[in-house]
Design a binder for this molecule. Sequence first.
Ligand code: ZN
Length: 182
Amino acid sequence: MTRALIVVDMTYDFLADDGALTCGLPGQQAVQPVLDLLREFAETGELIVFACDAHTVDDPEFALWPPHCVIGTKGAMLYGQLADFYNRHQSDRVRYLPKTKYDAFFDTPLADWLTADQATEVTVVGVCTSICCYATALGAYCRGFSITSDPAAMADLTKEAHDFAVNHMQNVLKAEMINRLS
Ligand code: ZN
């Protein structure tokens, strides 16, 4: 069994106090658990993918959400220590993947990367739990990958949405939740 870590949308706009679509404090509290996972996967040389929204200014998604993660802006950059980690470790084992939809598999090479790496299990963390983490976990499930996550390493716009999505991932995607804080 080979694992890969997919870190979803841990960008300035989703995490900073003044981000355009921020999860605020719960999102910021997920940073350290994500960093712990990053260190673990980096030590073993397992594949790490930072899957991040990267929208053009006229993206159709902005009919639904306020403009966020526009290519070339601060909002689209990885947040805080996550940017430091990526800058230090960037390689063929630690990759950045721009995406335009919730599901990081949609119209991206992610599935090819995982297959080339012979990955069978993906660990999906980041934000928002019920939107891009869930959609990416669904994309993984539909392609036959087994899924793990950690509720402490995800966050959402509301606690209700987070809790629902954690349960939903377990119930319909057979995701195994590893809670390092318990
Ligand atoms: Zn978006």
